[in-house]
Design a protein around this ligand. Structure first.
Ligand code: SAM
Length: 227
C-alpha cells in the first residue's frame, strides 16, 4: 500500500542520512512505554527543525506542544550553549517524560519547560522573556492555532520564523464545511497567516512514516506589505 511505501522510503532516507542516536531512540521508546501518543515528529522532520534553527542562527526558541520532548531534543541540540528553548506542555505526564528525556540527554540547562495550557503560560513567558524569539514551533492542540499565531506574532521580531505542523490532515484541510475543530483551527490559522501583512509564508504537503500531512513556514517581515 501507499503507506507502506512512504514508511519504507522514510526508513531508507533516515538510515542513509540520520546517524543513529541512542538518546533520541531511547526518548521515543520511553514515550511509547509510558503510553504517550506517538505524535512526535519523525527523525527526518526533527533534522529539518534542527537545520532550520541553524540556518536561522536561532538562540531563542519557543515550542508549543512538548509531548515527551523528542522535537525539543532535536532543537535544543541545535542551539549554542547560551541558547534557550522555552517549551510548553499542558499534560503533566507528558511534561514529566520530557523532563526525564531532556535530563538524560544532558540538555535541561538549555530548556525551560512550562507545564499548563499554553494560553495560560504564554503571558508568563511574555513577561519573563523580554527578548523576542527567533523561531517558534507550533505543535499542540490545533483548535488553538489561531490564538497561538497571535501569541507568536507578539513574541517574534522581524526575521523570526514561525512553523505550524499538521496543517494538511490527510487532505481534510480543503473541506470548507468540515466540522472537525482541528481542521477548522488549521484553516483559520492559515487564513490569518495569509491575510497578515507582517508575514510571508509557504506550506508544503508531506508523506512519510506518520502518513500524509504538511507544515506551514512563515517569516516575519521587516516592514508590512499590502495584501
Ligand atoms: N512537538 C512534539 C514532538 O514532536 O515530539 C509533539 C507534540 S504533540 C503533537 C502535541 C502536544 O501538545 C501533546 O503533548 C499535548 O498534550 C500538548 N497540548 C495539547 N493541548 C495543549 C495546550 N493547550 N497547551 C500546551 N500543550 C498542549
Amino acid at each position: 500500500t501507499q503507506q507502506q511505501t512512504w514508511t519504507q522510503v522514510d526508513d531508507y532516507l533516515n538510515a542513509l542520512l540520520i546517524p543513529s542516536d541512542s538518546l533520541l531512540e531511547q526518548a521515543l521508546r520511553t514515550n511509547v512505554e509510558a503510553g504517550l501518543p506517538a505524535h512526535d515528529v519523525t527523525p527526518n522532520q526533527g533534522k529539518l527543525l534542527q537545520l532550520l534553527l541553524q540556518i536561522q542562527g536561532a538562540t531563542r526558541v519557543l515550542e508549543i506542544g512538548t509531548l515527551g520532548g523528542y522535537s525539543t531534543i532535536w532543537m535544543a541540540r541545535a542551539l549554542p550553549e547560551h541558547g534557550r528553548i522555552v517549551t510548553l506542555e499542558a499534560d503533566p505526564r507528558h511534561a514529566e517524560m520530557a523532563q526525564a528525556n531532556l535530563t538524560r540527554a544532558g540538555l535541561m540547562h538549555k530548556v525551560d519547560l512550562r507545564v499548563g495550557p499554553a494560553l495560560t503560560t504564554l503571558p508568563d513567558v511574555q513577561e519573563e522573556y523580554r527578548e523576542p524569539f527567533d523561531f517558534i514551533f507550533i505543535d499542540a492542540d490545533k483548535p488553538s492555532n489561531p490564538d497561538y499565531l497571535r501569541w507568536a506574532l507578539r513574541l517574534a521580531r522581524p526575521g523570526s520564523l514561525i512553523i505550524g505542523d499538521n496543517i494538511v490532515r490527510d487532505g481534510e484541510v480543503i473541506h470548507a464545511d468540515s466540522t472537525d475543530n482541528r481542521v477548522k483551527g488549521v484553516q483559520s490559522f492559515l487564513k490569518l497567516i495569509a491575510d497578515n501583512p507582517r508575514l510571508e509564508a509557504t506550506a508544503l504537503q508531506t508523506v512519510g512514516s506518520k502518513g500524509y500531512d504538511g507544515f506551514v513556514i512563515a517569516r516575519v517581515l521587516e516592514s508590512p506589505t499590502a495584501k
